[in-house]
Write a protein that binds this ligand. Sequence first.
Ligand code: GLN
Length: 477
Amino acid sequence: MELLDLTALQLGEAIRRGETTIPAATQAALDRVAAENPQNNAYITVLGQQAMERAERLQAALTPDSPPLYGVPMGLKDNLCTRDIPTTCASKILGGFTPPYSATAAERLEEAGAVLLGKLNMDEFAMGSTSETSCFGPVKNPRDLERVPGGSSGGAAAAVAAGMGWYALGSDTGGSIRQPASYCGVTGMKPTYGAVSRYGLIAYASSLDQIGPLARDARDCAAILDQIAGADRHDATSVAGPYGNVLASLDGDLRGVRVGLPQECFGQGLDEAVERAVRAFAKALEARGATVEEFSLPIMDYAVPTYYILACAEASSNLARFDGVKYGWRAEGYEDLTDLYNKTRTQGFGWEAKRRILLGTFVLSSGYFDAYYKKALQVKAVIAAAYRAAFERFDLLLTPVAPTAAPRLGESLSDPLKMYLSDIYTVPVNLAGLPGVSVPCGADEAGLPIGAQLIGPAMGDAMVLKAADAYQREVRA
Ligand code: GLN
């Protein structure tokens, strides 16, 4: 049995059956990290000794009824707070910050017996689509080290793709779980807004941020969601919802399920190989009993500008707290308090974070608030309504995750506007607060992975994962 080839659920089962041990699995993952991290830079912090000690303790407490993911080693994106373990958001400004508490999602996994291997690299403050804006240097795509892994959860996707842990938690504000999952060939899910507590997730754009799993397949994602979902008294936007037994509902049967293909997602700018792969994905859903029909979703054109106005506005406000006083790093040689703020923020933030703070401050300033921020909020409501109308006709929507496969390193940052436009298929899902999953569905001519995106109505997380799982059963069959 090759441990690193198992899914997280299969490993959990092998551990419960005594076919392997938690320390053996943890050691295998740490060995892989030691071998691969110097190349792909997926991990910022690796917890070698600490992870092995936890593995020994968990092994001693193992019972036949331990939870499904008990003992399975995993990683967390470095914007999820972890008690006594540095949490950096891949930013110099959080250098030296060690949170006094853990994110609720991380804590729930810990209670279910997760072994934390370390903290995963990302775009600074989750702002980006390539994981190149990290102050720890870019992450590289394990499928092709000259390509980006996507972003901002690029470290999470690269780690899962390279066997450096069986799963990871990322965050998704406008595609940051789904798009890197697609570029690296793993399954990544953004739950319904509110399904998973955001307590302890360092905020980028609070009204759009959601924590979710990246894993080998949809069944693993369901098992992880079952652990982390549900109301939390620390996050007033979290809801109880129909979660806790999503895994049990994945039966592979899509009879009677109506899938809509928005025409606007298959037009100009879409790479031919991606279109072909996503249409083949639709055929596989049909083979499982679904009906697939094209329809028009004209609001797609407004999603990217609306998203970047709202996300930057919220970011400018959320990042105001990093001032050199409360958290992390402080510049040296300041003259007074204003100078301390100025020097710390000037030297502590990278270019992309600064660009967004400036843009966000602009759209929130008096005189521009109504023209940009308020207007964007109104368009957000129109986009959400368009999806609600679509879900009166369909149970699920199917689109590509990104217009192309992974670009080369260094190609994207020079033209930020072009990079923002490549978020076209993922950002409207966050604006509407809906669940979406990215499912690997083949490769382009260069052998680079392609992802299909399934989108469900609010609280339809189980349906989204059921269809993703049905597809994975169909291609395995
Ligand atoms: N690429 C998008 C952005 O840069 C999405 C990032 C995210 O989901 N965190 O904002």
